[in-house]
Design a protein around this ligand. Structure first.
Ligand code: T5A
Length: 216
């Protein structure tokens, strides 16, 4: 087993099943004796959760896309230094509900911000830190939105148009196609039991690779 933990991120559009499947992954890994922590972005720290609440609040006021981007990276800087890096350094695995792929997808694809600006902030805030593995739960936008909207009130980002989320999904898929060794794309339109069967196989593979000390 390697002496630093694995950094695993879970991504996808609204309502794809990230929270549900992160809980499942956490229990699978814990049952295998892995010391794993679950966290999320934006959030994961007191400051980050304040920023999250600010970002998702519905105020009837347009939020400047660059202000949104900078707030997300401010939360990420705090999250990395306070939570993620110490956990990985101590050998814990970190399961993170969204990370910078979400920024490329939502602020880049969805809002149309320049990808170069996002890449510069990524380097500034993260240095060389990138996820070891990213699980992309992918489903038709309308299916995910129906699931998410079934829960009641919508936050500011959930109120975006279907076209916005189509661009988000497309950006995620493009990124996964560009980095197939990092991304595991799972069809989240399948029944939950089938999604979790795929996750179980993925966990077995990660454990075997980690134990062998081979690249992920
Ligand atoms: N954001 C975030 C940015 O814009 N930029 C960034 O850089 C970052 C990091 C965060 C928001 O911030 C934005 C994106 C987001 O809008 P969030 O809570 O992380 O918000 O994201 P949400 O997508 O809003 O999370 P949700 O809680 O809505 O969705 P989940 O977690 O994907 O879905 P989950 O697990 O709650 O499941 C939804 C429902 O579907 C069912 C579940 O039981 C549940 O009822 N379900 C299934 N049903 C049938 N078949 C399956 N396979 C199912 N899987 C789940």
């Amino acid at each position: 087993m390697s002496d630093t933990g694995l950094f695993i991120t879970v991504e996808g559009c609204e309502g794809v099943g990230k929270s549900t499947n992160i809980s499942y992954l956490e229990s699978l890994l814990s049952n295998q004796g892995v010391d794993v922590m679950v966290t999320r972005e934006p959030g994961g720290t007191a400051l980050g959760e304040d920023i999250r609440n600010t970002l998702l609040a519905v105020r009837g006021q347009r939020v400047n896309p660059l202000a949104e981007l900078l707030l997300i990276f401010a939360a990420r800087a705090q999250h990395l230094s306070e939570v993620v890096e110490p956990a990985l350094a101590s050998g814990r695995w970190v399961l993170c509900d969204r990370f910078t792929d979400a920024t490329y997808a939502y602020q880049g694809g969805g809002r149309g911000l320049n990808t170069e600006v996002i890449a510069q902030l990524e380097t500034m805030v993260q240095g060389e830190r990138r996820p070891d593995r990213t699980i992309l739960l992918d489903v038709d936008v309308s299916v995910g939105l129906t699931r998410a909207r079934g829960r009641g009130e919508l936050d500011r980002i959930e109120q975006e148009t279907v076209h916005f989320f189509e661009r988000v999904r497309e950006t995620y898929r493009e990124r996964a196609a560009c980095e197939p060794e990092r991304f595991s794309v799972i069809d989240a339109g399948q029944p939950l039991e089938q999604v979790q069967e795929v996750l179980m196989q993925l966990v077995q593979q990660l454990l075997a690779q980690s134990a062998a000390g081979t690249a992920l």
